[in-house]
Write a protein of this length. Structure first.
Length: 90
């Protein structure tokens, strides 16, 4: 699908310079930039939705982990241990 986009002269020049340095077309640079932005924003939105669902679940049942419990679990994972997620509690 063809789409037009208005860019100021400075940005156009920067894109052209980068395209030349990468041996790519300006079109390729812009398409990749938009794709990367959309992927990043989709991940950010998914993270936000996960957080909202977790908050709603916590408000309904009160189950949680303390900071110390979560921190200890993450430290074990970072150390390469096969640690199971602690059980949530009231």
């Amino acid at each position: 699908m063809a789409t037009s986009i208005k860019l100021d002269d400075d940005l156009k020049e920067r894109i052209q310079h980068l395209a030349g340095a990468r041996h790519r077309s300006a079109h390729w640079i812009m398409r990749e930039a938009i794709r990367d932005y959309v992927v990043r924003e989709e991940k950010r939105e998914a993270f936000k939705q996960d957080a909202l669902h977790a908050w709603e679940a916590y408000q309904e049942n009160g189950l949680h982990l303390t900071l110390e419990e979560a921190d200890d679990w993450l430290a074990k994972l970072e150390a390469g241990e096969d640690a199971e997620l602690p059980k949530c509690h009231d």
